[in-house]
Every structure is written in C-alpha cells, then in structure tokens.
Design a binder for this molecule. Structure first.
Ligand code: FAD
Ligand code: NAP
Length: 313
C-alpha cells in the first residue's frame, strides 16, 4: 500500500514528490507515462523561473528535478495511469498494463494540452515563433508586431497582455462575433495597437530555421493577406488531461467545472477526501511552471497531514 500516489511527473508532480518524501511519507510512487519533466520540456527557452538566469531550455531546467526527488526516496513508475478510483478509504490506481496499485492518498497532476489550430507550418514552427503562451514568450517580441489567433476569453485577454509589450497585435478570428466576455471585447476594441481581423483564418505560417517570418490569412471570400510578424500566438482552446478521473459509468471521481478542470480549494483539496489536484489541471491555474511547482508543494503537505490523520488518529 502506497502512502501517496502521484499521477504525472511535470513540475507539479515532481515537486509533490519532493515534498511528500522529504516531509516523511515512506512509500511514494510517481506514475509518469514518459520521461519526467512535463510540457515545459518542449520549450526552447524559459526565462521566468525565479532564480534561474541566463538562457536555459525547458529540458535543461527540468533535468535535475527527478534526481533531487529520488534522493529522498521518490520512486518513478514509467506507465500510463488509465483510471483512479476509490473504495472506502483506499484509492486504486489502474494502469495500462492491467495492474493495480493501492494508495492512502493521491495527488493528480496530469496537466493540460493547448489545442493546435491546424494551419500549415504551425507544428513545424511551434516553439520557433509559434506559441501558445503569451506569459512565457511575449517578452521575446517586445516592441515588435505579433499575431494572435482565436476569439475566446483567452485569446482576447492574451491579446491585451501582448498589446502592452508589443508595438502591434493583429487579432485574427474566424467569425464576426467573439466568444469572449463583452467587457473584454470592449477593452480590445478600445486598444489602439490591436487590429481586429474578423471572418479570417490562418492559412499558413511561414519562416525558416531562424523562426517565423509571417502569416498568410484567408478571409471568408478567399482573399489572402500576408502579415509579416515574427511571432504567432494561438489560443484556440485547451484540453485538460482529466481522463484518469473518469469512472466506469462516465462520471468524474471528484467535482469538476464546466471546462473539465478539477475544482480545488486553496489547499489543493478536491471534493474527495485524500485526493488532491495540482498544476495546470486545476481551476484558475495560471499555467506556469513556478505555480505548478507551488501547487505540488501545497498538495504534498496536505497529503502528509491527511495520511497522518488517517493512520494515527
Ligand atoms: P505538465 O507539465 O503538463 O505535466 C503533466 C505530466 O503528466 C506530463 O509529464 C504527462 O506525461 C503526465 N501524464 C499525463 N497523463 C498521464 C497519465 N494518464 N499517466 C501518467 N502520466 C500522465 N511556463 C512557464 O512558467 N514559463 C514558460 O516560459 C513556459 N513556456 C512554455 C512553453 C511551451 C511550449 C509550453 C507547452 C508550456 C510552457 N509553459 C511555461 C507552461 C508550463 O509548461 C506548464 O504550466 C507546466 O508544465 C504545468 O505543469 P504540470 O505539472 O501541471 O503539468
Ligand atoms: P474557447 O472559449 O473554446 O475559445 C476558443 C476560440 O478559438 C474560439 O473563438 C474559436 O472560434 C477559436 N478556434 C477554435 N478552433 C479554432 C481553429 N482551428 N482555428 C481558428 N480559431 C479556432 O477557449 P478559451 O478562450 O481558451 O477559453 C476556455 C474557457 O475558459 C472558456 O469557458 C472561457 O470563458 C474560460 N476563460 C475565462 C476567462 C475569464 O473568465 N477571465 C479567461 C480565459 C478563459 P469560435 O468562436 O468560432 O468557436
């Protein structure tokens, strides 16, 4: 029986593992389907992790994290978890090879995946000018022009954020009305350096090994506009990796919001005792490495207290 099962080995899961083991839980396993590190390992550069200065890739940032956890006893099982269920006080971790592990507590940190918009060049130039994170990459385009794709709250809020850093933001949306909240739409309309391009979709982003050079945008009548920008930000929705919480009858193990995010309180407690959620998959997540790591620490401290109460009182 595990004291704590951690599902996912990104910044949240690894930090949960560090705090859980170093804080005294004896038998802690982190189930991670691939190499630990999480989605930041796809990023060519991160410059907003406090205390880490100089040019560093996401991969290089994450390399020391697993070894630090293993020093305190965290075990890594490289496998996909298919489902987490609970019977009485015992959590069952169902794995893709058909085996089960049992645990007194669970911290789920399986993250999220930004959707791709699906235009030509998007995948090839992802991380080299095409981005899904303005907080992460906006600074690279300070004083330059950028394009934003999408018409939801995220696209418009990030366009407003980028408009403060960049000389101009082209906001490209496929319809003539926005999905975003009306007051956000009004703020965007009043922002002088945002040009709104409606009824239009990206056809192709182009560039070379050095990065993006521009984007071809097609309007509903087939007209093509060539916008020369070094940065293209796509905000076309986000998939929360919440599959492990889906039960056999299709319901979720714990309370979720309408976007599929796990509802937690400020202690990362879910609606189910002993089950904690941390990082990008929780409600109102800022989707930053430092925040995911902080969540992981909070969740682990709570898991330690929960297991102590369960076994000793
Ligand atoms: P994740 O990092 O998504 O980790 C989740 C882990 O769970 C993954 O390793 C996954 O393999 C594993 N997993 C998922 N499902 C299962 C399963 N069923 N079984 C087992 N394992 C599973 N943030 C910044 O602060 N600064 C930046 O500059 C920055 N740049 C970014 C650039 C890019 C290209 C991307 C994609 C993201 C960037 N971010 C940045 C955001 C940052 O990466 C995330 O906020 C952070 O990684 C979230 O951590 P997490 O632990 O919650 O989830
Ligand atoms: P979203 O609401 O699903 O919006 C996605 C946008 O991308 C839509 O405008 C959609 O166009 C467009 N889009 C989708 N696929 C596309 C494609 N392939 N090519 C071009 N455009 C495409 O996603 P979100 O903005 O990330 O928001 C997710 C949820 O979080 C929403 O419920 C939102 O309200 C919420 N949220 C709230 C806040 C806030 O309250 N402050 C902030 C951020 C997010 P269509 O409109 O034509 O479908």
């Amino acid at each position: 029986m595990l004291d704590c099962a951690i599902i996912g080995g990104g910044p949240a899961g690894l930090t949960a593992g560090l705090y859980a083991t170093r804080g005294g839980l004896g038998n802690v396993v982190m189930f991670e389907k691939g190499m630990p590190g999480g989605q930041i390992t796809q990023s060519s550069e991160i410059e907003n992790y406090p205390g880490v200065t100089g040019e560093i890739s996401g991969m290089d940032l994450m390399i020391p994290w697993p070894a630090q956890c293993q020093k305190f006893g965290l075990k890594h099982d490289m496998i996909t978890v298919t489902r987490i269920s609970k019977e009485g006080d015992i959590f069952k971790i169902h794995k893709e090879d058909g085996t089960l592990s049992e645990a007194h507590s669970v911290i789920v940190c399986t993250g999220s995946s930004p959707r791709r918009a699906g235009f030509a060049g998007e995948d090839e130039l992802f991380g080299r000018g095409v981005s899904t994170c303005a907080t992460c990459d906006g600074f690279f385009y300070k004083g330059k022009e950028v394009a934003v794709v999408g018409g939801g709250d995220t696209a418009l809020e990030e366009a407003l954020y980028l408009a403060k850093l960049c000389s101009k933001v082209y906001l490209i949306h496929r319809r003539d009305t926005f999905r975003a909240a009306p007051n956000t739409v009004e703020r965007v309309k009043k922002t002088q350096n945002i040009e709104i391009i409606l009824n239009s979709k990206p056809k192709e982003v182009y560039g070379d090994n050095m990065g993006v050079a521009g984007i071809l945008v097609e309007d509903s009548k087939g007209g093509i506009r060539d916008i020369k920008v070094p940065g293209v930000f796509t905000f076309v929705g986000n998939d929360i990796n919440n599959q492990t919480l889906i039960q056999e009858d299709g319901s979720f193990l714990c309370e979720m919001n309408k976007n599929g995010e796990v509802v937690v309180d400020i202690s990362m407690k879910t609606s189910v005792k002993g089950l904690f959620a941390a990082g990008d998959m929780r409600i109102a997540a800022p989707k930053q490495v430092v925040c995911a790591a902080g969540d992981g620490a909070v969740a682990a401290l709570q898991a330690i207290a929960y297991v102590d109460e369960l076994l000793n009182h």
